[in-house]
Design a protein around this ligand. Structure first.
Ligand SMILES: Cc1cc2nc3c(=O)[nH]c(=O)nc-3n(C[C@H](O)[C@H](O)[C@H](O)COP(=O)(O)OP(=O)(O)OC[C@H]3O[C@@H](n4cnc5c(N)ncnc54)[C@H](O)[C@@H]3O)c2cc1C
Length: 328
């Protein structure tokens, strides 16, 4: 790499942050540009005056040795912990325990603690939506939605979901844009509900239902204070068919299903109802990441590697190594 390579990473989700951290640790100068108010992307935690709940990713598993080491490091720093919630399947066959010996990790005391921790030593520019990439390697510039320009950068990393990557990639790397266009993301309605009544004998469930696919008592995760807050995710067909519906209506409908499934008949207060237009991908790429070294352009994200938290981290981490190996 150049003596002090200057890299821009677009997107402060786990993939972008993992990439930025590795580049930074190797002595490069890195700027992370994020359209939202803070880092985290789909590992976000919603919060109210007296509640919090993981709205996107619910837990993560670790299989790859490098990711296992990263998770162990997060555990040591107190930002990740094992969740030993009682997990079941709820369906027509009734309630059956999930007994798969899988270690399920969560951020602690909330999912967003992991990405906040990664972002800590990075220069993250919030509320900066990037609308275009221009220039030559060594002099790459970014256009922002506010009409400003940032740069010049030796390399640019695009770390956003495929639909948001396409307009950035099309003018400069049409082949990459085409690859992104081939990856479909499922939408998902997510609801946070405060329930009252007798707590069931499970903390989370994979659900076979026309409306819900997942529900979890967020309060059963380590470090959480509010015991009666539940999160539920809708099945793909429901989320797709009702994508443009009013969040208030969807929230009430999903809360009713959560009550029915948990048997907590004492009342349900909808605290948040959120539409994920892009939640998890169907048929992700198998490349790990995309890289055009001669252009100083890299692409990472869960969708380049798989569909989970671990894939996002591996994609970003591996792209950083590849950029450095290529001497960008
Ligand atoms: C409802 C739901 C449930 C899930 N459940 C699980 C689970 O239980 N286990 C699991 O392992 N995974 C789960 N996932 C998937 C997991 O959350 C993702 O795989 C992972 O968080 C993706 O990280 P990422 O960095 O690739 O993308 P993101 O987290 O999407 O990060 C991309 C970032 O880029 C920003 N951005 C987008 N466009 C621009 C732009 N033009 N300019 C600047 N910034 C931009 C976005 O705001 C975002 O912060 C779930 C996801 C959802 C939504």
């Amino acid at each position: 790499m150049h003596e002090r390579t200057h890299v821009a990473v677009i997107g402060a989700g786990l993939a972008g942050l993992a990439c930025a951290r590795r580049l930074r640790e190797a002595g490069n100068q890195v700027a992370v540009l994020e359209k939202s108010r803070g880092p985290g992307g789909r590992m976000t935690t919603a919060r109210g005056p007296d509640w919090q709940a993981d709205l996107g990713a619910q837990y993560f598993t670790a299989r790859h040795p490098e990711f296992i080491a990263a998770v162990e490091d997060w555990r040591r720093q107190g930002v990740a912990a094992l969740w030993d919630g009682r997990l079941v399947r709820l369906g027509i066959a009734g309630v059956t325990a999930v007994d798969d010996d899988r270690q399920r990790w969560v951020g602690g005391p909330r999912m967003s603690a992991v990405t906040r921790n990664l972002a800590q030593e990075l220069d993250v520019l919030p509320e900066t939506r990037i609308t275009g990439i221009a220039g030559e390697p060594g002099g790459l510039r970014l256009q922002t939605a506010a009409g400003k320009e940032a740069g010049a950068f030796h390399a640019v990393v695009v770390a956003v979901p495929p639909a948001q990557a396409i307009p950035l990639l099309e003018p400069i790397a049409p082949e990459f844009a085409k690859r992104a266009a081939g990856v479909m993301m499922r939408p998902c309605w997510s609801v946070v509900v405060r329930l009252s009544g007798e707590t069931p004998e499970f903390d989370a469930a994979f659900v076979e239902d026309d409306t819900l696919r997942w529900l979890a008592r967020d309060g059963s995760k380590p470090g959480r204070k509010e015991a009666s807050v539940w999160v539920a995710h809708a099945v793909g067909p429901f989320s797709e068919a009702r994508l443009e519906d009013d969040a208030g209506v969807i929230g009430q409908e999903m809360a009713g299903r959560v009550q029915a499934m948990t048997g907590m008949a004492g009342g349900a207060e909808v605290l948040r109802c959120h539409r994920w237009r892009y939640s998890q991908c169907v048929a992700p790429l198998q490349d790990g990441y995309l890289l055009a070294p001669q252009q100083g352009l890299g692409v990472c994200g869960d969708w380049c590697h798989g569909s989970r938290v671990e894939d996002a981290w591996l994609s970003g981490h591996q792209l950083a190594s590849a950029l450095m190996d290529a001497g960008v």
